[in-house]
Design a protein around this ligand. Structure first.
Ligand SMILES: [Zn+2]
Length: 365
């Protein structure tokens, strides 16, 4: 019998230039005392307009600069602040780690959480889960929540002022969404929310991929010049909402396991999540023996926005190290096991090297 279908999303999604000026308006029903867990740059870019939006309110605001990774140590620190200050609303401002820490803090303290992404580099804002890391920065586990954030508020002026490499990485993360969901549908594997995959989720995943193809390179160009154009707005929505909600309800497969696997390699420490997901997507297509035209379309896209096509571009120069990543990518519980016929570390190793060959061939043309 097929799995019961399930679809979840943030209660509210707000996106626009200077959207932070309406932050209070959009969240005032949630409480009156706010803790803002901010990345360093997130604090700088957001606090002024946030304070402005609260100008005529009686709310109390506490800003905490967060410098670390989303580890249990950091989460516990924030929980203590929530308890000591009687915080009613937790807000995460920044990239993946500040957001994941805010979501975990809110979950453990049973508070609503609002997310303000300051870069569009990952699926973190809209999903109902956090990625938890060990203190050494390697992947530990996914932490699943009973619901998605109460609100996600994206100020596109802030995203356009962030380095374009984040937007590009976000497109890499978004690139996996459709192909990973498609793989899960084929095996009736569960989504990240542990439900069957709805038509609605697949529609978002497909739109995500189409939007990347249509607007990706124009959006990158806009971001490099700090311009908010319709193509840029479309990619912000694709990276944040379509990819986040799509992955949450569509499930993951090879591409994200490849990322998790490569977190075991110190030489990939600086490689962004989305870059590895993009390379992992091509690897997944190799494993699926996907039509040549499809692989070419994906590689053309990656090349057009500057996503990696080779192992060297994700930071690996010693190919023997790929076996370590392949082993880690295939540990029990990894989403790679959602594939038809499953995948062994040996098969993944071969597919990674085959993807690398395709990439090197492509770049030599
Ligand atoms: Zn991701």
């Amino acid at each position: 019998m097929a799995r019961t279908k399930l679809f979840r999303a943030p209660l509210k999604y707000v996106q626009g230039k200077d959207a932070l000026l309406s932050f209070y308006e959009e969240t005032k029903d949630l409480g009156t005392s706010y803790l803002f867990i901010c990345s360093n740059s997130g604090y700088k870019s957001c606090q002024e307009n946030l304070k402005k939006s609260f100008e005529n309110s009686a709310c109390t605001l506490r800003f905490e600069i967060f410098g670390g990774i989303s580890s249990n140590g950091e989460i516990n620190k924030m929980r203590e602040i929530v308890q000591a200050d009687n915080i009613e609303v937790v807000v995460g401002i920044g990239g993946g780690s500040a957001i994941d820490t805010a979501k975990a803090t809110a979950f453990y303290e049973k508070r609503p959480v609002v997310i303000i992404p300051t870069v569009c580099a990952t699926d973190a804002p809209c999903t109902g889960l956090s990625v938890i890391y060990n203190d050494d920065g390697s992947f530990d586990t996914y932490l699943f929540y009973p619901r998605n954030p109460e609100a996600v508020i994206v100020d596109t002026r802030i995203i356009a002022n962030a380095p374009a490499k984040f937007l590009v990485a976000g497109m890499g993360d978004a690139l996996g969404t459709y192909f990973e969901a498609r793989a899960c549908v084929r095996t009736d594997a569960p989504s990240l929310e542990n439900g069957g995959i709805t038509l609605s989720a697949m529609a978002l995943c497909e739109l995500c991929y189409k939007t990347l193809l249509k607007c990706g390179s124009q959006a990158k160009q806009a971001c490099e010049n700090h311009l908010v154009t319709p193509a840029f707005e479309a990619i912000v929505e694709a990276n944040t909402y379509l990819s986040g909600v799509g992955a949450d309800n569509g499930g993951l497969a090879v591409a994200h396991s490849v990322y998790n696997g490569f977190t075991a390699l110190s030489e990939c420490e600086k490689t962004m999540h989305g870059s590895l997901v993009a390379f992992g997507t091509i690897t997944q297509l190799v494993i699926e023996n996907a039509p040549k035209e499809e692989i070419k379309e994906v590689m053309d896209f990656c090349h057009s926005v500057g996503l990696p096509l080779t192992l060297e571009e994700v930071g690996v120069t010693d190919v023997s190290r790929v076996r370590i990543a392949a082993e880690k990518a295939c540990i029990p519980g990894e989403t790679i096991h959602n594939m038809v016929g499953d995948v062994t570390p040996e098969q993944l190793y071969d597919a990674l090297l085959a993807a690398d060959l395709l990439g090197r061939q492509y770049l030599a043309l």
